[in-house]
Write a protein that binds this ligand. Structure first.
Ligand SMILES: Nc1ncnc2c1ncn2[C@@H]1O[C@H](COP(=O)(O)OP(=O)(O)OP(=O)(O)O)[C@@H](O)[C@H]1O
Ligand SMILES: [Mg+2]
Length: 259
């Protein structure tokens, strides 16, 4: 598991509107890549193109390439459903199925993929996914309770368990901690650090400390003004981005002078 993504000259459109222009970047396997930048610069838009999730928005399309281990995600005959199985996603607000049990939430993605499983295989997958999401000890005695019975931080870890249960290669996270308290945030950050030993992780965050803490590489996106496309301004080792960035706009953004 864990794959490398090469994005080449990627443009993302919503109908006529060019939202993100000409992104070229390599996302390394078994690493955490953070995407930062002011609101509206296209971080979520770009992230969604990595699993073709933007295609559910009418009129949205891309030009350019996104290769996963050399295979174009947008190649002819590539099934977007298959892409989404390989590239999982965790959203800003924890979104477990509220009335479904904790165990069934973990299995929801797997069942969508029509995988038939014996009861014991299902139990094992529930346990390993919840362990992988650092949630097992907290819920093992109440797996049949509804997903909505968990705290916000637990629900987000449940969503991560659901994402990893399908055994993806890449996990995308769009501001996964923005609805969480500081303790739950640290739990998710610890989890991200563990997950990167197996997965390629791309995370969007508005929290500079979080980007600095969890990521290996950081990409800074910016826009020149409303209605203009977002650009990847600078992309480098996180340590370098947060100490000696090459572009003045990066430094200004990171030090809180705008955004
Ligand atoms: N479904 C959509 N249809 C049309 N335009 C969209 C859609 N989603 C986003 N946009 C536009 O694309 C641009 C980039 O938005 P996006 O949500 O990617 O920004 P972002 O960097 O994730 O911002 P934030 O930090 O606020 O989440 C914005 O101009 C936004 O209005
Ligand atoms: Mg966003």
């Amino acid at each position: 598991m864990s794959k490398r993504i090469d994005v080449k000259n990627l443009n993302v459109y919503y109908g006529e509107f060019l939202a993100v222009e000409d992104v070229t970047m390599t996302i390394e396997p078994r690493s955490v890549t953070a995407l930062i930048g002011p609101s509206g610069c296209g971080k979520s838009t770009f992230l969604r193109t990595l699993n073709r999730m933007h295609e559910v928005i009418p009129g949205a399309y891309v030009t350019g390439e996104a290769l996963m281990d050399g295979q174009n995600l947008y190649g002819r005959g590539v099934d977007p459903v298959q892409v989404r199985r390989q590239v999982g996603m965790v959203f800003q607000r924890p979104n477990p199925f509220p009335t479904m049990s904790i165990a069934d939430n973990v299995l929801a993605g797997v069942r969508l993929n029509n995988r038939r499983m014996s009861r014991s295989d299902a139990d094992e997958l529930v346990e390993s996914s919840l362990r992988g999401a650092n949630l097992w000890e907290e819920v093992k005695d109440r797996l049949d309770r509804p997903g909505s019975s968990l705290s916000g931080g637990q629900q987000q870890r449940l969503c991560i368990a659901r994402a990893i249960a399908v055994k993806p290669e890449v996990v995308l996270m769009d501001e996964p901690c923005s609805a969480l308290d500081p303790i739950s945030t640290l739990a998710i950050e610890d989890l991200i650090a563990e997950l990167k030993t197996e997965y390629t992780i791309v995370i969007v965050t508005h929290n500079m400390q979080q980007a600095a803490r969890v990521s290996d590489k950081t990409g800074f996106f910016n826009i020149a003004g409303t209605g203009k496309p977002g650009h990847l301004i600078e992309y480098d080792e996180t340590e370098k981005m947060f100490s000696t960035p090459s572009v003045k706009d990066t430094e200004d953004y990171i030090s809180g002078r705008f955004g």
